[in-house]
Design a protein around this ligand. Structure first.
Ligand SMILES: N[C@@H](CCC(=O)N[C@@H](CS)C(=O)NCC(=O)O)C(=O)O
Length: 198
């Protein structure tokens, strides 16, 4: 079903042109929706029910052969995948408000915070990994939860310790919004709070 996402203000030519292929409960999709909302960008919302396996439908695999959401389809039909890279693309094409500091050191620090979630936590806890634990190793619900929490805590504990230090050095407490790490970590934080992760 096609829905029109109407949050934030109109983002120039982006209105009614880009198609966001995603799932409401996907953390990578949520981080992209957060980034687009921060920028006031609109997109058509194309949903794929991950639990029902719609990401492995021929229709979606044509867009992204990896079978992973989100994918952002541009108005010329170009399909972008990988949420951090899509955020970087959006920041370049729609620079205001910025997701990243413009100075190289600030940018590297802010990216490091976001990538701690996107690269260290998420790949270990995605739906297909949790499914593989169940199907190949017979892991039960309690075991999957233990696995999930372990890898979240492994990254979030040091992240909480390092963030204030980083802030004092100016990367977080900057006038430029540290939107990328917030967009990256917010959906993972909600999964820590006990929501089902995909
Ligand atoms: N590195 C990718 C990861 C994408 C990803 O793993 N997406 C998950 C949803 S959060 C997915 O589509 N999972 C489907 C599955 O595991 O079958 C990104 O950041 O875009």
């Amino acid at each position: 079903m096609l829905l029109i996402a109407q949050t934030g203000k109109q983002g120039g030519n982006a209105w009614m042109t880009m198609i966001l292929h995603n799932y409401f409960r996907s953390s990578t999709s949520t981080r992209l929706r957060a980034a687009m909302n921060l920028k006031g960008l609109h997109s058509r919302y194309q949903a794929y029910h991950l639990v029902k396996g719609e990401q492995r439908s021929q229709r979606f695999l044509t867009l992204n052969p990896h079978g992973l959401v989100p994918a952002l389809e541009l108005e010329d039909g170009t399909v972008l995948t990988q949420s951090p890279e899509i955020m970087e693309y959006l920041d370049e094409v729609y620079p205001e408000p910025p997701l990243l500091p413009r100075d190289p050191v600030g940018r590297a620090r802010v990216c490091a915070l976001g990538f701690s979630i996107a690269c260290e936590v998420h790949p270990l806890n995605s739906l297909r990994v949790l499914g593989f634990l169940r199907s190949e190793y017979g892991t039960d619900d309690a075991g999957v939860t233990t696995w999930f929490r372990h890898w979240v805590e492994e990254t979030f504990e040091p992240l909480e310790k390092s963030s204030p230090r980083t802030a004092r050095r100016g990367a977080i407490a900057t006038r430029i919004r540290p939107a990328m790490p917030i967009a990256a970590s917010m959906p993972r934080s909600t999964t820590i709070a006990g929501l089902m992760s995909t």
